[in-house]
Design a binder for this molecule. Structure first.
Ligand SMILES: NC(=O)c1ccc[n+]([C@@H]2O[C@H](COP(=O)([O-])OP(=O)(O)OC[C@H]3O[C@@H](n4cnc5c(N)ncnc54)[C@H](OP(=O)(O)O)[C@@H]3O)[C@@H](O)[C@H]2O)c1
Length: 269
């Protein structure tokens, strides 16, 4: 099956590389297009068999197309492709802001939405999938098998998407930020600890904690209860965290939902 990628930036580049490295896609069946040529040159140097092309040519030849451009660039890209798109194609957008229904109204293809995660670079983590109304049972199986080579695909509805995207795709950044800020504040509280030491400790502890939970089936609450003994320093620390952390998450889920709603209202395909 000829598979095209329009946009090979952070997500498109990650997907095309991970799928070829895993053996799920054969470079000779892969077509790629990108606004600037530099990213394409890097990709062909890595995978000499792939075909560099234009958005329009890709649209006329690929059975499966991953549209990996920012939501605000989707109207321009569709205008370049739409004369060539046809009903037999499966078009998968990675832009969360694009609504399946609006895309179905705009192009004749079968439509799906994929929200990858940076963790797919190591063949792990969740890839969220949402399906439009024209997608067939075979399309679903095909996409889930394909993405299963580099992730654990989880099918959701579009109405579940906003918080799910934060949990599956935003979370690597949230987790990394929390680790870094914990290490930075530890060093600020006592400069005798070096930054490298602090970050190394917190990173290794995070990995070990997840392994502990995985192996022993402890829940997060179990871990907290086990470590934060009443009257101890960890219990005091958790009490301090509980004063502001839930409020921060509430603001994140509320404000990202509001922002996405506004972005959608501004976008016309
Ligand atoms: N980053 C994430 O973790 C993540 C996770 C899930 C979903 N997403 C979604 O995935 C989409 C892409 O995000 P990204 O982070 O990969 O963005 P990105 O790194 O900016 O990549 C976008 C790519 O699209 C290319 N492009 C723009 N206009 C084009 C056009 N007219 N024709 C062909 N190519 C064009 C850009 O080319 P240039 O080389 O010229 O810039 C760039 O390579 C967004 O909608 C984002 O919300 C991102």
């Amino acid at each position: 099956m000829k598979t095209g990628f329009v946009g090979v930036g952070s997500m498109g580049g990650l997907l095309v590389r991970a799928l070829m490295r895993s053996g799920a896609l054969d470079p000779k069946d892969v077509w790629v297009a990108n606004r600037s040529p530099q990213r394409l040159e890097v990709l062909t140097a890595e995978f000499p068999g792939i075909r560099l092309t234009t958005n329009r040519e890709l649209a006329g030849h690929c059975d499966l197309i991953f549209l990996c451009v920012k939501g605000s660039d989707v109207p321009t890209v569709l205008a370049q492709m739409d004369s060539e798109l046809y009903p037999g194609q499966l078009l998968v957008t990675t832009a969360s802001v694009i609504q399946l229904r609006a895309l179905e109204d705009r192009v004749p293809c079968r439509i799906a939405k994929l929200i990858p995660s940076v963790t797919q670079e190591v063949g792990a983590g969740i890839a969220l999938l949402m399906y439009g109304s024209r997608v067939t049972k075979d399309d679903r199986k095909f996409l889930e098998d394909l993405l299963g080579r580099i992730s654990r695909p989880v099918v959701i509805t579009e109405s579940q998407a906003r918080p799910a995207i934060s949990l599956a795709s935003g979370a690597p950044a949230f987790i990394a930020y929390l680790l870094q800020s914990m290490a930075e504040e530890a060093v600020r509280s006592n400069p005798e600890l070096s930054s490298e030491m602090a970050l190394g400790m917190v990173q290794e502890t995070a990995t070990a904690t997840l392994r502990l939970m995985d192996k022993t089936k402890m829940t997060p609450q179990d871990v907290v209860s086990r470590v934060a003994v009443p009257g101890g320093m960890t219990a005091l620390s958790i009490e301090i965290l509980s004063r502001s952390v839930p409020q921060a998450w509430q603001a994140i889920f509320r404000e990202t939902a509001e922002r996405e709603k506004k972005d959608r209202e501004r976008l016309t395909l």
